[in-house]
Each structure stands twice: as structure tokens, then as C-alpha cells.
Design a protein around this ligand. Structure first.
Ligand code: HEM
Length: 542
């Protein structure tokens, strides 16, 4: 009976959406830095403490924060309710219209309250006080599976996503030097390039030469590309997902990942009673965990056997091998998390960048000129020297992540008592900072509806290039990879993969979007994922 009542909650993220159109933006408070740059650190600290005490004394009570009641929100999602069938973004936009720039979604079924804020002054306060071990909860079912359901597989380590506090830090400090140093990630440039070239060659074989359209789904192709890339970097394993001799486990894993994202969303973000009662759909989520864990363990075991056989003969060590020398359990969990975290995020973001370039042929032409200069032929080598000289390419990717960040907001627990938008918010409260809407607001990005890669270029301001006027000066608004010590561990790798692929694809093809009436659709669950028919046309260029 319960299951029937709760099903409507799980449906709202299945609807396609044209997310950009859904952003109806109310003005937000103007941003000013909290502290002056000229004050010493100690003075700043005293100033902040004093301001905090005064602010706290004058702030409104927590219980006065507006927001829907848990029952009210559930009713909204029932058939006939205002949010019935709505997706994740529509839910936030509706609540913002009703309650303003800060509201609280009351905790229910064992889950705590969630404060949602659209005020960048709040973002700054949360980030500046998060400390060295920032806490980001939210995907508790992952921790539940690893700790309770299958502890043996994880050897007592729940990974970067599952751990908090000092235990999280112990993993992160081992992984940071390997994943966050540009020169370490650049080591994989040649192989990432080979994988991207495989996709470019494949596009030639699946492209209808008359219409320029692809005979297979571009999103599926990009998912195979990102999985191949992440598997290579993590384990030094090639799966041949692009060239066709695909590994059955890898294909199953990629399918299971889509289901996993949906089910995780249903149980960790949408209201769910799993902490009290394991519904059939929660059991399905646990089975998906089991399946994904088993498959990734197989990949890890194969890599282990190869490492033992090869000894020190291998030219480049994978992330897994590097971590293996430090801590075996961390190496295993990190390998699993990289395969989980690196698949849909990178493919969805790369496809989004291609879409914006397809819709903006003038920007694509500027980009192609830059590519032609450094890559005179389609197959000219990409190397450490020329790879540093693609400012416009990087600006194009950044601009598409501004308009459509596939992770639309950042979550944290407050590191201490804070006054947010005038309300007292106790230490340990979960806060969801909604970056996406601010990135699509005139207040922070003038001409926000335009795709303007130029706003990210470092060239000096002049009449023909008024970059300063269209760039946000606020460092807490544009955060596609999150912020601070807990920022995305895969961001350097994701950037490298996307830059190489876009350089190769756009050097060879002029890409256009053939549907003038409709935008690319997105479904929203854990992340925003392109959805529906991919109406791209590929024309070969010299
Ligand atoms: C364009 C692609 C990607 C985007 C947009 C993205 C975005 C994000 C965001 C927003 C966070 C939360 C950061 C925070 O709370 O401050 C995150 C965390 C994380 N990402 Fe990514 N990500 C991408 C690619 C990857 C890749 C390729 C990997 C695999 C290595 C990865 C693994 C992770 C992990 C393990 C975390 C948790 C980090 C921690 O809590 O310490 N991501 N990502």
C-alpha cells in the first residue's frame, strides 16, 4: 500500500525538460565580499566573529524560514497536485516562486531538513566556514550499501562519496596528488587522444553521408567514450567499447549505471521511507549496487592479475596502481568510485558543450580557426605543447557548463551556526546552494541568455571584446565542479577528456542542430542528462 502512495514522488524526474526555459529568476541580493582584503587574517577573524554574534542576536528564528510542510510537499506530488509529474528543476523553481530565495524542505522519514538558498552571500558563508573536512551528505543509500549490506566488498572504507570527517580526509589526501595535479593527469593525454580518435573515426562510419545524421545515438556513443577513457585512466584497461568488440560486463555496467542514478535519486533526493521500510524499489537499488560492485570488482581483479604479471615493466601506472602502493582498500574503493563518477558526468557535459556549439555556428567557426592553427591536419598530433594553447576551446566548455551545469547545485552541512538570508541556521544543517539559477541570471552574468565563450577569455577589455562586463565577479556562483577541499576529484581528468574530444571532433566536423523548433531535452535525477532524439548533423570540413 505504501509503495502505491509513494510512487508519484519517483515519477517527477522522468519527465523530459527544457531546463533553460524553466529558469524563472527572481532577483537575488547583490554580492559584496564578507571581509575586506586589506584586513589581516586575525583582524578578519575577529571581525567575522563579532559580526556573527551581532548578526545571530538580530536574526530571525530557524522555525520562521518559509517552506512547504512534508505532508504538503507529498500532496503536491500526488495525482492532481501542483507538482505531479514535475521534474527536479521544476520542483525547485515552484518552491522558489512560492517561498522566495531561501526555504526549507522539512525532514521526513528519517531524513533531516534541507535548506535551499539562492543567495550567494549565504554560499560564501557556508564555504568559508566549512573547515578542512567539509561535510556533504545526501547519497546515504551508498553508505548504507557499503557499510551494512556488503561490508566485505569494501574492506571498511566507504569511499570519498560515503565518508565524512577525518576518514574522508585520509582518503582524499592520498588521492589528491594523483588526481588533482595537472601534470599527473596530462600523462594520459596520448591515450585519451587515441580513445577520442576512435570515436571520431567511428562517427565517420555511422554517419549518413547524404544527411550528415548519425545512424546510432550520440549519447550512447559518448557514454562508451567516457567509460573507455575512465577505465583506462583508473585501471590501465582497454574495453574496446567504441570499436565494437565490446566487453559484456562493461555494457551491462553502463546500462545499470543509468538505472542506478534514477533509483538513487528516488531514494536519496525524493521523499522515501527506505530508512524505515525496504520497499521493492529500494531492494532493486541494493541489487543494482551489488551488480555494479561485482562488475567493477571483476575489472579490479583483472587489473590486479595484470599488475602482478607485469611487475615493474609497465610504462605508466594507473590511478589504481598508484594507490595500491599506499593502501589497498582505498585503491579498490577509489577505482569503483571513479568508474561510477566518471561515466555519465563527463559524457553529459561533453554532449551539452557540443549542443551549444551546434546551436551557435559563429562561435564554432571561431573555435575551428583556433583548432586549425594548432592542428593543421585532422590527425596532427596533440601534445603537451600545443595542448596548452586552446583558450577558446576551454572557454566554450566553461560557457556551456555555466548555462547547463549537469550538477545543478552544491550541498554542504553548515560547519557552525550561521545566519543565512537573515535566519538562524544551526551547525550541522544541510544546505543546498542553487548555482544553476544564479549562473543563468543577469545579475551575475550579463547577457546570460547568450552563449558567450568570450566572457571566459583573459584578454584585456576593449570595445570589441567587453569581457569584463559579461563575467561574474563573484567566485561562489559558477561552481560546476563544486568548491574547496571537497571539490570534484575528477575535474582535471574530465576537463582533459572533454577538451581532447571536442578538439578532435570539431577539427573534423561542422556540427549543427537540425531541429529549429525544439531544444535538446534533459531529464533530471542525480544529475541532468541529455535525453530524447539527438538531432545533430555532422559535415566534414577541410
Ligand atoms: C564534467 C564532469 C564532472 C562534473 C560536472 C562533476 C561534478 C562534481 C561535483 C559538482 C561534485 C561535488 C563537489 C562538491 O561538493 O564541492 C563532484 C564530486 C565528485 N566527483 Fe565529479 N564531476 C565530473 C567528473 C568526475 C569524474 C571524471 C570523476 C572520476 C574520477 C568524478 C568523481 C567524483 C568524486 C569521487 C566526487 C566526490 C569528491 C569528494 O567528496 O571528495 N567526477 N563532482
Amino acid at each position: 500500500m505504501l509503495r502505491g502512495r509513494f510512487q508519484p514522488f519517483c515519477r517527477y524526474m522522468q519527465q523530459p525538460l527544457s531546463a533553460i526555459q524553466q529558469l524563472r529568476l527572481a532577483p537575488v541580493a547583490h554580492w559584496r565580499p564578507l571581509t575586506t582584503r586589506s584586513a589581516s587574517l586575525e583582524q578578519q577573524h575577529q571581525l567575522t566573529e563579532k559580526t556573527n554574534e551581532e548578526e545571530w542576536a538580530n536574526a530571525k528564528e530557524y522555525k520562521e524560514i518559509p517552506g512547504p510542510s512534508s505532508i504538503g510537499l507529498m500532496m503536491d506530488f500526488m495525482p492532481g497536485g501542483k507538482l505531479y509529474g514535475a521534474n527536479f528543476l521544476k520542483m525547485y523553481n515552484t518552491l522558489r516562486e512560492r517561498h522566495g530565495d531561501i526555504f526549507v524542505i522539512s525532514g521526513s522519514f528519517g531524513r533531516s531538513d534541507l535548506i535551499c538558498t539562492y543567495n550567494p552571500i549565504d554560499f560564501e558563508k557556508v564555504f568559508r566556514t566549512e573547515g578542512v573536512w567539509p561535510i556533504r551528505k545526501g547519497i546515504e543509500s551508498i553508505r548504507y550499501y557499503r557499510e551494512i549490506q556488503n561490508p566485505d566488498a569494501y574492506g571498511g572504507v566507504w569511499g570519498l562519496v560515503g565518508e565524512q570527517g577525518e576518514r574522508w580526509f585520509n582518503i582524499r589526501q592520498k588521492v589528491n596528488p594523483i588526481m588533482m595535479k595537472v601534470q599527473n593527469i596530462r600523462e594520459v593525454l596520448p591515450e585519451i587522444d587515441t580513445i577520442s580518435m576512435e570515436l571520431v573515426d567511428k562517427i565517420a562510419s555511422i554517419r549518413d553521408t547524404e544527411t550528415g545524421q548519425l545512424t546510432t545515438d550520440l549519447l550512447t556513443e559518448l557514454r562508451m567514450w567516457s567509460f573507455e577513457s575512465i577505465c583506462y585512466v583508473t585501471l590501465n584497461s582497454r574495453l574496446h567499447l567504441i570499436t565494437g568488440k565490446a566487453d559484456a560486463d562493461a555494457l551491462r555496467m553502463s546500462e545499470a549505471m543509468s538505472e542506478f542514478m534514477q533509483y538513487t535519486f528516488d531514494h536519496d533526493i525524493a521523499p522515501s521511507i527506505w530508512r524505515y521500510y525496504h520497499t521493492p524499489s529500494f531492494k532493486r537499488l541494493m541489487r543494482l549496487h551489488e551488480e555494479l560492485t561485482e562488475i567493477t570488482r571483476k575489472f579490479v581483479d583483472t587489473a590486479l592479475q595484470r599488475i602482478e604479471a607485469e611487475g615493474n615493466k609497465v610504462a605508466r601506472k594507473s590511478v589504481f596502481e598508484k594507490l595500491l602502493g599506499l593502501d589497498r582498500n582505498i585503491a579498490v574503493v577509489m577505482a569503483i568510485d571513479m568508474l561510477f563518477g566518471g561515466l555519465d558526468t563527463t559524457s553529459s557535459t561533453a554532449l551539452t558543450a557540443l549542443y551549444f556549439l551546434a546551436k551557435n555556428p559563429d562561435k564554432q567557426d571561431i573555435l575551428r580557426e583556433e583548432l586549425r592553427t594548432l592542428l593543421p591536419e585532422h590527425k596532427s598530433p596533440l601534445n603537451a605543447q600545443n595542448f596548452n594553447n586552446f583558450p577558446y576551446l576551454r572557454a566554450c566548455i566553461k560557457e556551456s557548463m555555466r548555462i547547463m551545469p549537469i550538477v545543478s547545485g552544491t550541498m554542504r552541512q553548515t560547519g557552525r551556526d550561521l545566519v543565512l538570508s537573515g535566519y538562524k541556521v544551526p551547525k550541522g544543517t544541510a544546505v543546498h546552494m542553487r548555482n544553476m539559477e544564479l549562473c543563468n541570471s543577469e545579475m551575475f552574468f550579463p547577457r546570460c541568455n547568450e552563449y558567450l565563450p568570450e566572457r571566459w577569455l583573459k584578454t584585456p577589455k576593449n570595445v570589441s571584446n567587453p569581457v569584463e562586463e559579461v563575467k561574474s565577479q563573484n567566485p561562489f556562483v559558477y561552481l560546476p565542479f563544486g568548491f574547496g577541499p571537497r571539490t570534484c576529484i575528477g575535474k582535471r581528468l574530465a576537463d582533459l577528456e572533454m577538451e581532447v574530444l571536442l578538439a578532435r571532433l570539431l577539427r573534423k566536423y561542422k556540427i549543427s542542430w537540425t531541429d529549429e523548433q525544439n531544444e535538446m531535452q534533459y531529464k533530471s535525477n542525480l544529475i541532468l542528462t541529455p535525453y530524447g532524439e539527438m538531432k545533430f548533423k555532422f559535415e566534414e570540413v577541410q
